[in-house]
Design a protein around this ligand. Structure first.
Ligand code: HEC
Ligand code: HEC
Length: 434
């Protein structure tokens, strides 16, 4: 009896042993299959992405700083370990991996941008390739358990996240809206199809190529300006978008900007930023331009200063308008501003005002809604600065300040709008403060 039981027990153990052996053999075979599979999927679907000179889907939204290729190493195993160590793979649920979420960004409708059809095709191929390869990798326990890669061997974008975010196409467009689109009224009369001087100019010029302000809006205008080569990304200061209106080259519209004036500063700021972005010139967070603190909106309120002294002729004159601070004094920051060269022989200065508001303020939000903001009628402090030292010509970034102040006065203005209804004051009313 005992013997039989023993025998049975023995055979059972033996049988179990065989079973376990067979089982682990199957598992080992499956793992080998998965490893081989991962390798072949990598060769077939991932490596070609790496080797191809064609842009990956990331470039639809990221102008610089990141590319899918940045994450790929020469072998399946190294690529997997690199992604895994950066938390971009979910080894238990490969379909939930963050790298797939990055590739899928364009389809999620994050509002940043509508995906284009061409990119959708590319993106689909990338997504399916990575999904298939990750599934095979994660079926291989040896791969999951492989040693950590040293930090310096991780394959990742060359730029930090903040720089990557800054080089997004939607950010570049937002900057264009703030800096260039907001200034368009300086140029619309001649450069937008519905401009009041266009019919005459087309008759003179014989073509419509100069209509770079597009009726579809800011984005179409930005694309057009870039496609027409009006921005020189290698030498931003040589961009026609600046040189034409500053009359550094022949411009049928004449001189519309002085080097360093507010319009010039705004156009130049975007041109510099765009150029540096697309040439991958921002390397670290420190390189990024400071976030703007104020928003500008051009108005239809004109200010005229008569009897300007002869010494001011041809020099840039800046007017800052300060509103009451509600406590009997004047707000420190101007609510509106304007600058333009004084006429050389007319003893006259006149220009439209630009409203200024802190970023995120109620007024700033209003700018986005109303095409041209207005100021309420009332008393305002007017401060006038003249660039007698011509410092802006030497440094377009320079600002006129206390040392350039020629005087100030308080006016009572109704701020009627339109060229025919200018608010007028005389230079003689300006008192030198302090
Ligand atoms: C449809 C637009 C779009 C596409 C396509 C796109 N991204 Fe992004 N990306 C964004 C947006 C928007 C953000 C900012 C997300 C945020 O701030 O929350 C971003 C941010 C990033 C960041 C910075 C980290 C972060 O989470 O902010 C990285 C890295 C990144 N994307 C990588 C990629 C890669 C790699 C691809 C291509 C496989 C890609 N992106 C494709 C829109 C896109
Ligand atoms: C009074 C009319 C007028 C105004 C205002 C005007 N321009 Fe022009 N501009 C023209 C005409 C006409 C041309 C085409 C002939 C030429 O290149 O000089 C032109 C050409 C240009 C070009 C070259 C376009 C191309 O496709 O080659 C640029 C860039 C330009 N202007 C920028 C500006 C900017 C920026 C402003 C506003 C700050 C402005 N212009 C204001 C009349 C004007």
């Amino acid at each position: 009896m005992t013997a039989i039981i023993l025998f049975h027990a023995k055979s059972w153990v033996l049988a179990l042993g065989l079973l376990v052996a067979a089982g682990s053999l199957a598992a080992a075979e499956a793992a080998t299959d998965a490893a081989a599979d991962a390798k072949s999927v990598f060769e077939r679907r991932i490596k070609p992405i790496f080797a191809s000179p064609k842009p990956t889907s990331c470039l639809e939204c990221h102008l610089a700083g990141v590319d899918l290729k940045n994450y790929i190493k020469p072998s399946s195993e190294l690529t997997f370990r690199s992604l895994r160590d950066q938390g971009l793979v979910d080894v238990n649920k490969p379909e939930d991996s963050r790298i797939l979420a990055l590739i899928g960004m364009g389809e999620g409708g994050d509002g940043a941008q509508k995906p284009s059809l061409i990119h959708s095709e590319v993106r689909k191929a990338e997504y399916e390739g990575f999904a298939e390869w990750l599934r095979a990798c994660c079926a291989d326990p040896a791969m999951i358990a492989a040693a950590k890669l040293p930090e310096r061997e991780l394959a990742k974008p060359p730029r930090p996240d903040a720089v990557i975010r800054h080089a997004r196409r939607d950010r570049v467009l937002a900057s264009f809206e703030d800096h260039v689109w907001a200034q368009r009224f300086r140029c619309t009369g001649c450069h937008a199809a519905d401009g009041d001087q266009v019919a005459k100019l087309v008759a003179e010029q014989g073509d419509r190529d100069f209509l770079w302000i597009r009726p579809e809006g800011a984005e179409a205008t930005m694309k057009y300006i870039i496609a027409q080569g009006l921005v020189d990304t290698k030498q931003p200061e040589r961009s026609l978008l600046l040189r034409k209106p500053a009359l550094e080259v022949k411009h049928a519209g004449g001189k519309k900007l002085e080097i360093g004036d507010q319009g010039y500063k705004e156009l130049r700021a975007w041109i510099e930023e765009y150029s540096r972005t697309v040439t991958d010139g921002y390397k670290t967070v420190k390189d990024l331009p400071p976030a703007p603190t104020t928003v500008h909106a051009m108005t239809d309120m004109w200010l005229k200063i008569t009897d300007t002294p002869g010494a001011w002729g041809d020099k840039l004159l800046q007017v800052d308008i300060h509103a009451s601070d509600g406590k009997g004094g004047w707000a420190q920051d101007p609510i509106a501003t304007s600058d333009r060269a004084v006429f050389s022989n007319g003893n006259l200065w006149q220009h439209v005002l630009t409203c200024v508001a802190p970023v995120g303020s109620e007024q700033a939000k209003g700018f986005a809604n109303a095409e041209k903001p207005k100021l309420p009628a009332g008393k305002y402090l007017v401060r006038v600065y003249v660039d007698l030292r011509r410092k802006l010509e030497k440094d377009w970034r320079a600002r006129l300040g206390a040392e350039d102040l020629v005087g100030e006065t308080v006016i009572d203005a109704s701020w009627a709008t339109g060229y025919g209804s200018m608010t007028t004051m005389t230079a003689g009313a300006l008192k030198k403060a302090r």
